[in-house]
Design a protein around this ligand. Structure first.
Ligand SMILES: Cc1cc2nc3c(=O)[nH]c(=O)nc-3n(C[C@H](O)[C@H](O)[C@H](O)COP(=O)(O)OP(=O)(O)OC[C@H]3O[C@@H](n4cnc5c(N)ncnc54)[C@H](O)[C@@H]3O)c2cc1C
Length: 317
């Protein structure tokens, strides 16, 4: 068992968690980020296969807020983000991570203390406020806890330590999304008819290989309709693949050389709270994430910033 003394714990290395951690760290606070996966990104992530890669969560994002716009300009400068050529500047611009979707998060996280493969499983009263435990037997005391994770995961985790926040999270639901990554020999997928003609199981298609800096096979991301995904949430992944590829082919696509499905159990906040963040100054536990904002990458970043501001304003540090 490891033991460690620290101050702020951020649970989740997605856009919201890293935005918050970076702002607190820049203000001089000691921060440790805990992430259950192998790397940073959360729903801004990329799947790799034999000869292909595909951003299988958020395929792109926009920037309408001036502060987020300034952050995006920093990412454009350090090369971690590219503006898609066919879209304009300003609020209409669409951005992608380069060479993959989590690149801006790697940029933010490069100066942070991030503990990956650490799923936080418990939060109990500790000597310095809270005692956090992970599934890798790590135990650490923290004065502040930030849960930057989807509401269905935040609610049980905070049930004992912050019941009011847990209840709030318990009232917010996230829509699931099945996605299929379909690979074609180069150029063959281009024969596809207008994506707007796609219906049935598919809500949205993205030509992933068309993004700047993507190598390998011609890969398309098929995002299933949220009601369809809900109805088939426990379906077999191969069956889901066959359904989405079938609808894609009916819209004019050729037969893919390979395809694989991924289920996002908590993909999109259909009714986000639009509150920015939640901070309980008494327990010193806070919540941030896209579901407290507008359900987007931009909202997640803004939520992290908003929570950092609340913590700094009430900070005894
Ligand atoms: C298919 C799909 C399409 C999308 N399309 C768009 C789009 O076009 N535009 C847009 O702006 N947004 C889009 N989104 C939404 C966007 O991805 C999210 O709004 C944003 O990435 C959320 O960031 P977050 O930090 O709030 O949460 P997340 O990215 O979910 O980060 C939470 C992190 O917490 C970790 N975690 C969870 N529980 C624990 C635990 N107990 N211990 C440690 N770590 C834990 C997770 O592994 C994850 O890394 C899409 C999402 C999906 C899935």
């Amino acid at each position: 068992m490891n033991s460690q003394q620290s101050t702020v714990a951020v649970i989740g290395a997605g856009m919201a968690g890293l935005s918050c951690a970076a702002a607190l760290s820049a203000a001089g606070l000691s921060v440790v980020v805990y992430e259950k996966s192998r790397g940073v990104g959360g729903r801004m992530s990329t799947r790799r296969g034999e000869g292909w890669q595909c951003d299988h969560g958020a395929p792109s994002f926009s920037a309408t807020d001036a502060r987020f716009g300034a952050e995006v300009r920093r990412w454009l400068k350090d090369g971690s983000v590219t503006r898609l050529q066919h879209d304009g500047d300003g609020e209409d611009a669409v951005y992608v991570g380069s060479p993959k979707m989590n690149a801006p998060l790697r940029s933010i996280g490069s100066s942070l203390n991030i503990r990956t493969r650490q799923r936080v499983t418990g939060i109990a009263t500790g000597t310095n406020g809270w005692r956090l435990t992970t599934d890798a037997d790590l135990v650490a005391d923290h004065s502040e806890i930030i849960a930057a994770i989807p509401p269905a995961q935040a609610s049980p985790l905070l049930a004992a330590a912050a019941p009011t926040l847990a209840q709030l999270a318990g009232e917010v639901s996230m829509d699931p999304a099945w996605v299929v990554m379909a690979q074609f020999q180069h150029g063959s997928g281009q024969r596809l008819v207008a994506p707007s003609l796609i219906g049935g199981s598919i809500a949205r298609v993205v030509h992933d290989a068309n993004k700047p800096g993507r190598d390998g096979l011609d890969c398309w991301l098929l995002i299933a309709d949220s009601r369809w995904s809900q109805a088939h949430l426990e379906a077999d992944a191969d069956w889901v693949c066959a359904q989405l590829v079938g609808d894609f082919r009916r819209a004019g696509a050729p037969r893919p050389s390979s395809s694989v499905a991924h289920r996002w159990r908590y993909a999109l906040a259909s009714s986000p709270l639009r509150q920015g963040c939640r901070w309980d100054a008494q327990s010193r536990i806070g919540l941030c994430g896209d579901w407290l904002a507008d359900g987007t990458v931009e909202g997640a970043w803004l939520s992290g910033q908003a929570l950092a501001e609340r913590i700094l304003a009430s900070s005894p540090h």
